[in-house]
Design a protein around this ligand. Structure first.
Ligand SMILES: Nc1ncnc2c1ncn2[C@@H]1O[C@H](COP(=O)(O)OP(=O)(O)OP(=O)(O)O)[C@@H](O)[C@H]1O
Length: 233
């Protein structure tokens, strides 16, 4: 169990009659970037919310950062949801100041650096930003949390290629690979692949592939997309 940042042991999640996760067991080692992929409705968001303590499993055990997950895990886990929780009436600068108050682990200097690198103007109100710049602020806030586990639920969804490229660059530059683990769900498999150390593929509520990307390439001669096609065929 040592050095495993995420450990799911026979975890199931039902929503009423819908069985979203079915007796799922897997472990993820600390450090690096993990891609969570799978078709619409396969269970990715459910899996991420369970590891962030935002949902309770119907059965099974989840241990994250060495602790059984409950709502208090939020101290060790930064969760970037598909829908953002930024306040329209704050400027970008006020959003950074606010984040330093909400998150004791927030690295204010890093937030300014990322926002500056992304050329988002500090005095602009969040409500007046384009969708792309709003996504840039959202990623800057998430990457500035000094926590062992970062979770991002579809951060590239619905964004144009330039914004997606910016987000991918910031992830590559600012995730601290030595002491942080990032798990990221996405449908943009080919775009994200160069960043990935490990891939988890979910299908109909089950993990059908959990592999190091290097092993896929070297042992099987496959890209992540090739492996997905083979498994889902
Ligand atoms: N709050 C909810 N109430 C009822 N059913 C839900 C709820 N949330 C998710 N589900 C169902 O659980 C299953 C898994 O959904 P989930 O959102 O985890 O999938 P996903 O892989 O993230 O999908 P997508 O790629 O479309 O975002 C789906 O069948 C979905 O309809």
């Amino acid at each position: 169990m040592e050095n495993m940042i995420i450990n799911f042991d026979r975890v199931s999640k039902r929503y009423g009659l819908t069985s979203a996760l079915k007796n799922v067991s897997f472990q993820i080692p600390s450090g690096g970037i993990i891609g969570l992929v799978g078709s619409n409705g396969s269970g990715k968001s459910t899996l991420l919310k369970l590891m962030a303590g935002l949902l309770k499993g119907s059965s099974g055990e989840i241990v994250v950062c060495g602790e059984a997950v409950n709502r208090l895990i939020a101290k060790k886990v930064a969760f970037l949801a598909e829908v953002d929780s930024l306040y329209d009436f704050y400027t970008v600068k006020e959003t950074i100041t606010f984040s330093t108050k909400v998150f004791p682990d927030f690295d204010e200097q890093k937030a300014y650096q990322i926002v500056d690198a992304l050329e988002v103007e500090l005095h602009k109100k969040i409500g007046t930003l384009s969708k792309g710049n709003r996504a840039r602020v959202k990623i800057a806030i998430a990457l500035s949390r000094n926590v062992p586990l970062l979770i991002m639920d579809e951060p590239l969804s619905g964004l144009d290629p330039l914004v997606r490229e910016d987000i991918i660059k910031m992830i590559a530059k600012y995730v601290e690979m030595e002491n942080q683990t990032l798990i990221i769900s996405t449908h943009e498999v080919t775009e994200i692949e160069p960043l990935l150390d490990h891939v988890l593929l979910v299908q109909s509520g089950e993990i059908v592939l959990s592999e190091r990307v290097e092993d896929l390439r070297e042992k099987r001669g496959q890209s992540v997309l090739d492996a997905m096609k083979e498994v889902l065929r």
